[in-house]
Every structure is written in C-alpha cells, then in structure tokens.
Design a protein around this ligand. Structure first.
Ligand code: PEP
Length: 253
C-alpha cells in the first residue's frame, strides 16, 4: 500500500528563529490534531536541517527533507552539500528536480539522474519533481515532457531502488501563481504517471508509488485534490510557511 505524504517546501525562506518557531508550531499541531496516517515531511533550507530535525525529536509522523543535494559524495565542490551530509543530520527525503532548480540552476535530466543515484546510495528517498510549462501544456506537449523527465531522470533505477522514490507532479504554471490545476487535470496526469511506472517497472510498483501534487495547493483546495484516486498527497510551497494552513492541508485527507 502506498503512503500518503504532505511535504512542505520552505524554499529560501525563514531565519533561524522563524524556522524554529514554525517547526515547533507544526509539531505541536500535528500531535494535537492529526489523526490520519499521513506522513509529514518538512523541507527547510540547509542551515536549519539539523535544528528542525532536533525539534521533531523522533516524532514518527514527521520527517525532514532537504531541497537539493550535490551528486558527488565529497570533494572540492565549494558551497555544495552531499547526500551523506544530509543523512548525518537526520534527513530522510531529498527534493530533486524542482522546477526552480531546473530553471534557475540549469539542472537537466542527466544531472538529475546522477543526483537520484547519489540520494538512493545513502538510503535517502528522492521526491522527484516533474512538470510542464504553460507553453508546453498549450502545445499539447504535457505527456511528452513528463515522459522524458521520467525516462531520462528517474527510470534508470532498479525496481528495488524505485520502491524508495516519491514523485511530485508540479505543473510549472501552478507553482506560486495561485493558479491550481483542477482536480481533473491533476488526476489525468497522475494516472498517466502511474501508467508510465507500470510500463517501465510493473503494475505493483505503479500501485505502490506515492505521487504528490504541487502547485498552489492550500486548505481550500486540498480536500478536492486529495480525493482523486491517483493523488497521494501534496508538495506544498507557500502554504507550508504558515503552520495553520499547512496542518489544515495535512488534515484534508
Ligand atoms: C513548490 O514550490 O513546490 C510549490 C508547490 O509551491 P506553491 O505551493 O507555493 O505553489
């Protein structure tokens, strides 16, 4: 059975004190209010991973994720952070291939292939992001783009490794824009992704893979999105910066 996950991507937001305040609010609210079996993943920026991990204090419902990592294990890569370093401070998930990384840091499918390998090698779980631009959607290229992002960046891993992977469908036109994909649009794409998994791995792998939706999800639309048969949760940007909104999204299952 696949897991339900709600992951908060804090991006480059919050100071140390703000991050500490937010994580403790989320931890307390999850403890007091969340009765469902959703796994919560909090993805702060690198400097706060260790303290956020400590604040979670082994709460089984909440995990820590990083927003990126380098593809090499160690060495002269000034300013970079390896998967092994992330693991050593309590991280269990790593977001890879976010559209902002693809767009502003020229991360392509080939580089992402190497990052996926590096993350899996450390026993961490990639949250592999894919998504089309508005232009690509309008030109009817959505499925083609997603297929090549999956094939080139992700589908090289073994069946066993693939069992550790979470996929996030994030239409670029919906990220941070307030424009959410309709639940039908998202469901259609999630079903397509599951079909691709079945084709490249097998039906069991397709049924077991958690596929998240991301793009302006909020407490007002999460219930409808999460009620779709192939949507297993969300990757939440803006709304994860407010504890009340984030926890209300977690409670939307
Ligand atoms: C994201 O960046 O992963 C995201 C989904 O952002 P937002 O929720 O703000 O659209």
């Amino acid at each position: 059975m696949r897991k339900k996950i709600v992951a908060g991507n804090w991006k480059m937001n919050k100071t140390f004190d703000e991050a500490q305040a937010l994580v403790s609010e989320v931890v307390n609210m999850v403890q007091d209010e969340v009765n469902n079996d959703t796994e919560v993943v909090i993805c702060p920026s690198f400097p706060f991973l260790s303290s956020v991990s400590k604040a979670i204090n082994g709460n089984a419902k909440i995990q820590v994720g990083a927003q990126n990592c380098h593809q090499n294990e160690s060495g002269a890569y000034t300013g970079e952070v390896s998967a092994g370093m992330l693991k050593s401070v309590g991280v269990s998930y790593v977001i890879l291939g976010h559209s902002e990384r693809r767009q502003y840091f020229q991360e392509d499918n080939q580089l992402l292939e190497a990052k996926v390998k590096a993350v899996l090698k450390q026993g961490l779980k990639p949250i592999f992001c894919i998504g089309e631009s508005l232009e690509e959607r309008e030109q009817d290229l959505t499925f083609k783009v997603l297929e090549s992002q999956l094939k080139e960046g992700l589908f090289h891993v073994s069946n066993e490794e693939f069992a550790q992977v979470v996929i996030a469908y994030e239409p670029i036109w919906a990220i941070g824009t307030g424009k959410t994909a309709t639940s039908q649009q998202a469901q259609e794409v999630h079903a397509f992704i599951r079909e691709q998994i079945a084709r490249n791995y097998d039906a069991q792998a397709a049924a077991d893979t958690t596929i998240l939706y991301g793009g302006s999800a909020n407490p007002g639309n999460a219930k409808e999105l999460f009620s779709q048969p192939d949507i297993d949760g969300g990757l939440i940007g803006g709304a994860s910066l407010k504890s009340r909104d984030f926890v209300d999204i977690i409670k939307s299952f």
